[in-house]
Write a protein that binds this ligand. Sequence first.
Ligand SMILES: [Zn+2]
Length: 595
Amino acid sequence: MAATTSSAAGIRWDLADLSPGADAARREWDELLERARRFGVERRGTVGSGGAEGLQRLLAELDELHQRSARVHFYALAREHTNATDAEANDLATTARDRAAELENLLLFVELEWLALDDAEAEALLEAPELQPYEHKLRVAREEKPFVLGEPEEQALNARRPGIEAWESLHGRTLATLEIDFDGGEGAEPHTIDRLLSYVYSPDRDLRLRALEALYGGLAGIVDVPAACYDALVGDRLAVDRLRGVPEPMLPTNLRNELEGEVVESMLAAIEEQYPLGRRWFECKARALGLERLELADQYAPVGRDRRVPWQEAVEIVDGSLVRFEPRLAEIFRACLERGHVDAEPRTGKVGGAYCNSVSQGVLPYVLLNHTDTLRDVVTLAHEFGHATHGALALERQPFRSWRVGLAVAEVPSMFAQLLAVEGLIDREDDPGNRALLLADRVETALGSIFRQTVLARFEQRAYALRGEGKALTSERLSGLWLEENERYYGGSVALPEGYRLAWSYIPHFVGARFYTYAYAFAHLVALSLLARYREDPRTFTPAYLEFLGSGGSRSPQELLEPLGVDLREERTWADAFAELDRAVSAAERGVFVA
Ligand SMILES: [Zn+2]
């Protein structure tokens, strides 16, 4: 990963929009905490009594404190993420974590006082025009009120945090330190789980099969540890749910996503009905690879041919895709590039993967990538700029408190931008091999986020139900549930190896946050449905889509998406999405044989 070999060499962040330097950042934290203390002295006890105008001023001040903290906090993280061995960056990041927690404690009274108001008082304030930009978020905060306990109880529950984190960290450490001897072509050497999993993208079938077998063999030796961690965490979450009066284990996740339980359930049911669409692809892929039936290890085997896409060309492709859709979005893309808000060069000491952080008003979003000149890197660039354009437009129009949305809606603009870019790429690639790769990748990404995430959500639901009945979540029981839910999806179209029963054990989401994964299925389906609406009538769609982006989190998902012709309560929304996916599968079925 030498910097000189990358076509994105030199494409690095300029963090001047966040802080002029380390000393200034330290001083900024001191000043911020001082201001937060003063804010507390002046404002404590006034959330309900200062009238609508007073509350509006208080919230604006609070937003300002949060934004300053967001900028200086991300300054430290951004340095750490791009240079892990920079000692100053590590110190700054530690300071930032401690100081941010201190700041949160000083400001927490605002949320507590808001929840403590009775409904009539709150309603009178919510009707005031001054508070309109904050109205939705203030309402949403109160929806959790029935499940919030008194201050001493909440403090006691908070005090359990280190115990909870110990289970999470035992789970993480057990898997991160697992080393499995494996010969990947350069002699036997210890492999991590991630390294073994990366072989499923190899063109060498024997390597793929052996890698998964080695992985499952390694997991067999430790599987009781992740099972015990998961059992403890689910047991704890259910016990706290009972204290809070939370009637259903998925409810806290649904509240955070602002989705009704019925909407989520009808979506999951609609997805399960379409499992055969996934099988149709697996059968096609088996033929394309010249196999009678796919083994699990063949699921992500490469199809078609990749080509080199240097950074400048990737930028031109995404720019073109945005310009064709709506020039305003391309302006934001170019501005981020020009101001040094994109870090695309892979290098030692930089974190892997990609993300976007829309830090605060008045600052363009920051995007991190690791561009390695593949066609998939272009797709990732488009995805992250779906997030960035959303953040930039929402922060132009909404107060800081009102711009953010739950994970489910947050992934909609990124998936939509990704789908548009992929469609453009498929239309423009001349080489049938390159087209085949993109067509297969489009389908496999969709199956991964729509079907596989649903399998995970159903597995979790059954685990919570079992634990709720007083049954311990042993590795035997979890493996049984895992296989049943997976077999419902793959249904014989893919041969599942014996060891696959243990594959639930290394999925971090189950441990970190419950029912996290359905948001990806939701976002992908909604983005497919939006694509159908766009194709029907681009002229009315585009302005409505800009309005959606600029609205940020100032309305509910239902209210945000309805003007775009996507009604979450209508089965048609999911049916339209599957019609799009069906089209994509058909195109891939044709494309992989032309190649
Ligand atoms: Zn994303």
